[in-house]
Design a protein around this ligand. Structure first.
Ligand code: ACO
Length: 324
Protein backbone atom coordinates (compact mmCIF):
# COMPACT_ATOMS: atom_id res chain seq x y z
CA UNK A 1 0.00 0.00 0.00
CA UNK A 2 1.14 3.57 -0.63
CA UNK A 3 -0.07 6.93 0.66
CA UNK A 4 -1.93 8.99 -1.95
CA UNK A 5 -3.17 12.58 -1.79
CA UNK A 6 -6.88 12.31 -2.58
CA UNK A 7 -8.54 15.41 -4.02
CA UNK A 8 -11.66 15.63 -1.86
CA UNK A 9 -12.92 19.09 -2.81
CA UNK A 10 -12.31 22.11 -4.99
CA UNK A 11 -13.48 25.70 -5.10
CA UNK A 12 -12.93 28.98 -6.89
CA UNK A 13 -13.52 32.70 -6.75
CA UNK A 14 -13.75 35.30 -9.50
CA UNK A 15 -14.03 38.97 -8.56
CA UNK A 16 -16.71 41.34 -9.82
CA UNK A 17 -18.38 41.31 -13.20
CA UNK A 18 -16.77 40.08 -16.45
CA UNK A 19 -14.73 42.73 -18.29
CA UNK A 20 -15.12 42.20 -22.05
CA UNK A 21 -12.63 42.89 -24.83
CA UNK A 22 -14.93 45.72 -25.91
CA UNK A 23 -14.60 47.22 -22.41
CA UNK A 24 -10.79 47.02 -22.70
CA UNK A 25 -10.87 48.61 -26.14
CA UNK A 26 -12.24 51.76 -24.43
CA UNK A 27 -9.05 51.88 -22.40
CA UNK A 28 -6.26 50.74 -24.75
CA UNK A 29 -5.72 50.62 -28.51
CA UNK A 30 -7.00 47.09 -29.14
CA UNK A 31 -10.03 45.28 -30.53
CA UNK A 32 -12.21 42.29 -29.73
CA UNK A 33 -11.19 40.73 -33.08
CA UNK A 34 -7.46 40.97 -32.38
CA UNK A 35 -7.73 39.53 -28.87
CA UNK A 36 -10.07 36.68 -29.84
CA UNK A 37 -8.04 35.69 -32.91
CA UNK A 38 -4.65 35.68 -31.17
CA UNK A 39 -5.67 34.36 -27.75
CA UNK A 40 -9.25 33.07 -27.65
CA UNK A 41 -9.95 35.43 -24.72
CA UNK A 42 -13.35 37.18 -24.71
CA UNK A 43 -13.60 38.41 -21.12
CA UNK A 44 -11.85 38.30 -17.76
CA UNK A 45 -12.55 39.38 -14.17
CA UNK A 46 -10.68 42.18 -12.43
CA UNK A 47 -10.50 42.95 -8.70
CA UNK A 48 -12.14 46.09 -7.36
CA UNK A 49 -10.65 48.86 -5.24
CA UNK A 50 -9.02 47.42 -2.12
CA UNK A 51 -9.68 43.78 -3.06
CA UNK A 52 -6.62 41.57 -2.56
CA UNK A 53 -5.25 38.19 -3.53
CA UNK A 54 -6.00 36.84 -0.04
CA UNK A 55 -9.67 37.90 -0.33
CA UNK A 56 -10.05 35.69 -3.42
CA UNK A 57 -7.95 32.88 -1.92
CA UNK A 58 -10.04 32.69 1.27
CA UNK A 59 -13.31 32.41 -0.70
CA UNK A 60 -11.92 29.71 -3.01
CA UNK A 61 -10.48 27.79 -0.04
CA UNK A 62 -13.72 27.99 1.94
CA UNK A 63 -15.69 26.70 -1.04
CA UNK A 64 -13.23 23.80 -1.46
CA UNK A 65 -13.55 22.92 2.24
CA UNK A 66 -17.35 23.07 2.01
CA UNK A 67 -17.34 20.77 -1.00
CA UNK A 68 -15.02 18.37 0.85
CA UNK A 69 -17.37 18.57 3.84
CA UNK A 70 -14.59 19.12 6.36
CA UNK A 71 -13.92 21.93 8.85
CA UNK A 72 -10.95 24.25 8.30
CA UNK A 73 -9.53 23.06 11.64
CA UNK A 74 -8.63 19.75 9.99
CA UNK A 75 -6.18 21.48 7.60
CA UNK A 76 -2.57 21.08 8.70
CA UNK A 77 -0.85 22.48 5.59
CA UNK A 78 -1.63 25.41 3.29
CA UNK A 79 0.47 25.92 0.16
CA UNK A 80 -0.53 29.03 -1.75
CA UNK A 81 0.85 29.74 -5.21
CA UNK A 82 0.93 33.41 -6.12
CA UNK A 83 2.97 36.03 -7.94
CA UNK A 84 0.88 38.84 -6.51
CA UNK A 85 1.04 38.46 -2.72
CA UNK A 86 -0.86 41.00 -0.59
CA UNK A 87 2.50 42.17 0.79
CA UNK A 88 6.15 41.39 0.09
CA UNK A 89 6.04 39.47 3.38
CA UNK A 90 4.61 37.63 5.31
CA UNK A 91 3.34 34.94 2.98
CA UNK A 92 -0.24 35.43 1.82
CA UNK A 93 -0.79 31.80 2.92
CA UNK A 94 -0.56 32.75 6.60
CA UNK A 95 -3.17 35.48 6.15
CA UNK A 96 -5.46 32.91 4.54
CA UNK A 97 -4.68 30.49 7.39
CA UNK A 98 -5.73 33.08 9.98
CA UNK A 99 -8.86 34.13 8.08
CA UNK A 100 -9.96 30.50 7.82
CA UNK A 101 -9.50 30.22 11.59
CA UNK A 102 -6.71 27.63 11.31
CA UNK A 103 -4.33 27.91 14.26
CA UNK A 104 -2.21 24.79 13.86
CA UNK A 105 -0.05 23.31 11.12
CA UNK A 106 1.92 25.51 8.74
CA UNK A 107 1.37 27.68 5.68
CA UNK A 108 3.65 29.19 3.05
CA UNK A 109 3.66 30.65 -0.46
CA UNK A 110 5.18 29.16 -3.60
CA UNK A 111 6.35 31.34 -6.47
CA UNK A 112 6.42 29.73 -9.91
CA UNK A 113 4.20 32.25 -11.75
CA UNK A 114 1.75 30.48 -14.11
CA UNK A 115 3.13 27.05 -13.11
CA UNK A 116 2.45 27.92 -9.48
CA UNK A 117 -0.51 25.61 -8.95
CA UNK A 118 1.32 22.56 -10.31
CA UNK A 119 4.35 23.43 -8.15
CA UNK A 120 2.18 23.93 -5.04
CA UNK A 121 0.35 20.66 -5.72
CA UNK A 122 3.66 18.80 -6.06
CA UNK A 123 4.99 20.30 -2.81
CA UNK A 124 1.81 19.51 -0.86
CA UNK A 125 1.57 16.01 -2.33
CA UNK A 126 5.12 15.27 -1.18
CA UNK A 127 4.36 16.45 2.38
CA UNK A 128 1.23 14.27 2.44
CA UNK A 129 2.97 11.20 1.04
CA UNK A 130 5.82 11.60 3.55
CA UNK A 131 3.30 11.73 6.39
CA UNK A 132 4.25 15.30 7.41
CA UNK A 133 0.74 16.58 6.65
CA UNK A 134 -2.59 14.82 6.46
CA UNK A 135 -5.01 17.41 5.10
CA UNK A 136 -3.67 20.12 2.80
CA UNK A 137 -5.17 23.12 1.06
CA UNK A 138 -3.50 23.89 -2.25
CA UNK A 139 -4.45 27.33 -3.51
CA UNK A 140 -3.61 29.24 -6.68
CA UNK A 141 -4.52 32.93 -6.38
CA UNK A 142 -3.45 35.94 -8.41
CA UNK A 143 -4.41 39.55 -9.06
CA UNK A 144 -2.30 40.18 -12.15
CA UNK A 145 -4.32 43.33 -12.90
CA UNK A 146 -2.25 44.94 -10.11
CA UNK A 147 1.08 44.37 -11.92
CA UNK A 148 -0.02 45.02 -15.51
CA UNK A 149 1.15 48.04 -17.44
CA UNK A 150 -2.25 49.30 -18.59
CA UNK A 151 -0.49 51.31 -21.32
CA UNK A 152 0.99 48.13 -22.84
CA UNK A 153 -1.62 46.50 -25.08
CA UNK A 154 0.65 43.52 -25.79
CA UNK A 155 0.26 42.28 -22.19
CA UNK A 156 -2.69 43.95 -20.45
CA UNK A 157 -5.33 42.20 -22.58
CA UNK A 158 -4.06 38.73 -21.70
CA UNK A 159 -4.60 38.46 -17.96
CA UNK A 160 -7.42 38.26 -15.41
CA UNK A 161 -7.76 37.87 -11.63
CA UNK A 162 -9.07 34.90 -9.66
CA UNK A 163 -8.38 32.06 -7.25
CA UNK A 164 -8.92 28.33 -7.11
CA UNK A 165 -8.25 25.72 -4.44
CA UNK A 166 -8.25 21.99 -3.84
CA UNK A 167 -8.28 20.00 -0.60
CA UNK A 168 -5.92 17.03 -0.43
CA UNK A 169 -6.31 14.28 2.12
CA UNK A 170 -4.01 11.33 2.82
CA UNK A 171 -5.50 8.00 1.84
CA UNK A 172 -4.13 4.51 1.23
CA UNK A 173 -3.84 3.34 -2.36
CA UNK A 174 -2.63 0.17 -4.04
CA UNK A 175 0.15 2.06 -5.80
CA UNK A 176 -1.33 1.58 -9.27
CA UNK A 177 -2.86 4.03 -11.76
CA UNK A 178 -6.27 2.73 -10.71
CA UNK A 179 -5.80 4.60 -7.40
CA UNK A 180 -7.65 7.83 -6.85
CA UNK A 181 -5.58 10.91 -5.96
CA UNK A 182 -2.37 12.44 -7.23
CA UNK A 183 -0.55 9.74 -9.22
CA UNK A 184 2.57 11.73 -10.12
CA UNK A 185 3.93 15.26 -10.47
CA UNK A 186 6.76 16.49 -12.72
CA UNK A 187 8.47 19.87 -12.30
CA UNK A 188 11.03 21.75 -14.42
CA UNK A 189 12.64 25.15 -14.73
CA UNK A 190 15.21 26.85 -16.93
CA UNK A 191 16.32 30.22 -15.59
CA UNK A 192 18.10 31.18 -18.79
CA UNK A 193 14.73 32.56 -19.93
CA UNK A 194 14.34 34.85 -16.88
CA UNK A 195 13.62 37.96 -18.96
CA UNK A 196 11.34 36.36 -21.56
CA UNK A 197 8.45 36.83 -19.13
CA UNK A 198 9.15 38.84 -16.00
CA UNK A 199 8.26 41.80 -13.84
CA UNK A 200 10.69 44.70 -14.14
CA UNK A 201 10.63 45.52 -10.43
CA UNK A 202 11.08 43.91 -7.04
CA UNK A 203 12.12 44.73 -3.46
CA UNK A 204 15.79 43.92 -3.90
CA UNK A 205 16.36 45.07 -7.48
CA UNK A 206 14.35 48.30 -7.69
CA UNK A 207 12.38 48.72 -4.45
CA UNK A 208 9.26 48.93 -6.60
CA UNK A 209 6.60 46.40 -7.56
CA UNK A 210 7.19 46.66 -11.32
CA UNK A 211 5.10 45.59 -14.31
CA UNK A 212 4.75 42.47 -16.43
CA UNK A 213 7.06 42.38 -19.48
CA UNK A 214 6.96 39.61 -22.05
CA UNK A 215 8.46 38.43 -25.30
CA UNK A 216 5.20 36.87 -26.49
CA UNK A 217 6.56 34.90 -29.43
CA UNK A 218 9.41 33.37 -27.43
CA UNK A 219 6.95 32.39 -24.68
CA UNK A 220 4.57 30.89 -27.23
CA UNK A 221 7.27 28.78 -28.90
CA UNK A 222 8.63 27.41 -25.64
CA UNK A 223 5.16 26.86 -24.16
CA UNK A 224 4.00 24.45 -26.86
CA UNK A 225 7.21 22.36 -26.73
CA UNK A 226 7.66 22.29 -22.95
CA UNK A 227 3.96 21.60 -22.26
CA UNK A 228 3.77 18.69 -24.67
CA UNK A 229 7.03 17.28 -23.27
CA UNK A 230 5.85 17.39 -19.67
CA UNK A 231 2.43 16.00 -20.59
CA UNK A 232 4.11 13.09 -22.38
CA UNK A 233 6.41 12.62 -19.40
CA UNK A 234 3.45 12.24 -17.02
CA UNK A 235 1.79 9.69 -19.31
CA UNK A 236 5.01 7.70 -19.71
CA UNK A 237 5.72 7.65 -15.97
CA UNK A 238 2.30 6.06 -15.42
CA UNK A 239 2.32 3.89 -18.57
CA UNK A 240 -0.81 5.63 -19.82
CA UNK A 241 -1.78 6.22 -23.45
CA UNK A 242 -3.36 9.58 -24.34
CA UNK A 243 -6.56 7.69 -25.22
CA UNK A 244 -6.92 6.64 -21.58
CA UNK A 245 -7.08 10.24 -20.38
CA UNK A 246 -10.52 11.55 -19.55
CA UNK A 247 -9.57 15.22 -19.27
CA UNK A 248 -6.72 17.61 -19.91
CA UNK A 249 -6.89 20.60 -17.57
CA UNK A 250 -4.21 22.89 -18.97
CA UNK A 251 -2.99 26.25 -17.76
CA UNK A 252 -5.25 28.77 -19.48
CA UNK A 253 -2.88 31.23 -21.17
CA UNK A 254 -3.98 31.16 -24.75
CA UNK A 255 -6.39 29.00 -26.75
CA UNK A 256 -3.82 28.50 -29.51
CA UNK A 257 -1.32 27.08 -27.01
CA UNK A 258 -3.99 24.69 -25.65
CA UNK A 259 -4.97 23.59 -29.18
CA UNK A 260 -1.35 23.00 -30.22
CA UNK A 261 -0.60 21.03 -27.04
CA UNK A 262 -3.71 18.85 -27.41
CA UNK A 263 -2.80 18.20 -31.04
CA UNK A 264 0.73 17.10 -30.09
CA UNK A 265 -0.79 14.77 -27.48
CA UNK A 266 -3.23 13.37 -30.10
CA UNK A 267 -6.03 14.34 -27.74
CA UNK A 268 -9.32 15.69 -29.16
CA UNK A 269 -9.87 19.29 -28.09
CA UNK A 270 -13.27 18.27 -26.64
CA UNK A 271 -11.36 16.53 -23.85
CA UNK A 272 -9.52 19.72 -22.83
CA UNK A 273 -11.22 21.91 -20.24
CA UNK A 274 -11.17 25.44 -21.65
CA UNK A 275 -11.94 28.51 -19.58
CA UNK A 276 -9.44 31.00 -21.02
CA UNK A 277 -12.25 32.51 -23.10
CA UNK A 278 -14.04 33.83 -19.99
CA UNK A 279 -11.20 33.93 -17.42
CA UNK A 280 -8.20 35.16 -19.43
CA UNK A 281 -4.86 34.08 -18.01
CA UNK A 282 -5.25 34.03 -14.22
CA UNK A 283 -1.72 32.67 -13.68
CA UNK A 284 -1.55 30.33 -10.66
CA UNK A 285 -5.35 30.32 -10.39
CA UNK A 286 -6.05 29.09 -13.88
CA UNK A 287 -5.90 25.30 -13.39
CA UNK A 288 -7.96 25.13 -10.17
CA UNK A 289 -10.48 27.60 -11.68
CA UNK A 290 -10.91 25.41 -14.77
CA UNK A 291 -10.98 22.25 -12.65
CA UNK A 292 -13.66 23.63 -10.32
CA UNK A 293 -15.81 24.65 -13.27
CA UNK A 294 -15.56 21.20 -14.89
CA UNK A 295 -16.23 19.37 -11.60
CA UNK A 296 -19.14 21.72 -10.87
CA UNK A 297 -20.90 21.16 -14.21
CA UNK A 298 -20.39 17.39 -14.06
CA UNK A 299 -17.80 17.02 -16.85
CA UNK A 300 -15.15 15.68 -14.45
CA UNK A 301 -16.54 12.77 -12.46
CA UNK A 302 -15.20 10.65 -9.63
CA UNK A 303 -12.61 8.21 -10.98
CA UNK A 304 -11.77 10.29 -14.10
CA UNK A 305 -8.12 10.47 -15.12
CA UNK A 306 -7.10 14.13 -15.34
CA UNK A 307 -3.83 15.53 -16.67
CA UNK A 308 -2.86 19.04 -15.57
CA UNK A 309 0.00 20.97 -17.16
CA UNK A 310 1.33 24.51 -16.94
CA UNK A 311 4.17 26.75 -17.97
CA UNK A 312 5.12 30.19 -16.72
CA UNK A 313 7.82 32.78 -16.13
CA UNK A 314 11.26 31.48 -15.27
CA UNK A 315 10.68 29.52 -17.37
CA UNK A 316 8.98 27.04 -15.07
CA UNK A 317 6.77 24.21 -16.24
CA UNK A 318 5.29 20.95 -15.01
CA UNK A 319 2.47 18.46 -14.99
CA UNK A 320 0.40 16.35 -12.62
CA UNK A 321 -1.62 13.23 -13.31
CA UNK A 322 -4.58 12.87 -10.96
CA UNK A 323 -7.46 10.45 -10.65
CA UNK A 324 -10.39 12.54 -9.42
N1 ACO B 1 -4.39 44.72 -29.82
C1 ACO B 1 -4.14 45.02 -31.10
N2 ACO B 1 -2.93 44.86 -31.66
C2 ACO B 1 -1.96 44.35 -30.89
C3 ACO B 1 -2.15 44.02 -29.53
C4 ACO B 1 -3.43 44.23 -29.01
N3 ACO B 1 -3.76 43.93 -27.73
N4 ACO B 1 -1.01 43.55 -29.04
C5 ACO B 1 -0.11 43.57 -30.02
N5 ACO B 1 -0.66 44.06 -31.14
C6 ACO B 1 -0.05 44.26 -32.44
C7 ACO B 1 1.44 44.43 -32.35
O1 ACO B 1 1.77 45.77 -32.07
C8 ACO B 1 1.88 44.02 -33.73
O2 ACO B 1 1.66 45.10 -34.61
P1 ACO B 1 2.72 45.44 -35.79
O3 ACO B 1 2.74 44.20 -36.64
O4 ACO B 1 2.11 46.63 -36.42
O5 ACO B 1 4.00 45.67 -35.08
C9 ACO B 1 0.90 42.93 -34.12
O6 ACO B 1 -0.21 43.08 -33.22
C10 ACO B 1 1.47 41.52 -33.97
O7 ACO B 1 2.11 41.42 -32.71
P2 ACO B 1 2.82 40.08 -32.26
O8 ACO B 1 3.42 40.28 -30.91
O9 ACO B 1 3.70 39.60 -33.38
O10 ACO B 1 1.56 39.15 -32.16
P3 ACO B 1 1.53 37.60 -31.95
O11 ACO B 1 0.84 36.95 -33.09
O12 ACO B 1 2.84 37.05 -31.54
O13 ACO B 1 0.53 37.47 -30.72
C11 ACO B 1 0.58 37.06 -28.36
C12 ACO B 1 0.90 38.04 -29.49
C13 ACO B 1 -0.91 36.84 -28.31
C14 ACO B 1 1.04 37.68 -27.05
C15 ACO B 1 1.30 35.72 -28.64
O14 ACO B 1 2.66 35.95 -28.89
C16 ACO B 1 1.15 34.78 -27.50
O15 ACO B 1 0.09 34.29 -27.25
N6 ACO B 1 2.23 34.47 -26.80
C17 ACO B 1 2.16 33.65 -25.62
C18 ACO B 1 2.16 34.58 -24.48
C19 ACO B 1 1.32 34.13 -23.34
O16 ACO B 1 0.37 33.42 -23.42
N7 ACO B 1 1.72 34.64 -22.20
C20 ACO B 1 1.01 34.42 -21.02
C21 ACO B 1 1.93 34.18 -19.91
S1 ACO B 1 2.93 32.80 -20.20
C22 ACO B 1 2.04 31.51 -19.96
O17 ACO B 1 1.13 31.61 -19.21
C23 ACO B 1 2.38 30.30 -20.68
Amino acid sequence: MVVRSLMIGCGSCLPGQPVSNHDLAQRVDTSDDWIVQRTGIRSRHIVGEGETTSDLAVKAAQQALDQAGIPASRVDLIVLATTTPDHTFPATAVKVQARLGVTSGFAFDVQAVCSGFVYALAVADNFVRLGQARTALVIGADTFSRILDWEDRTTCVLFGDGAGAVVLEASEGAGTVADRGVLSTHLHSDGRHYEALWVDGGPSATQTTGHVRMNGQEVFRHAVSRLSETAAEALKANEIEPGQLDWLVPHQANLRIIEATARKLHLPLERAVISVDHHGNTSAASIPLALTEAVGDGRIKRGDLVLMEAMGGGFTWGSALVRW
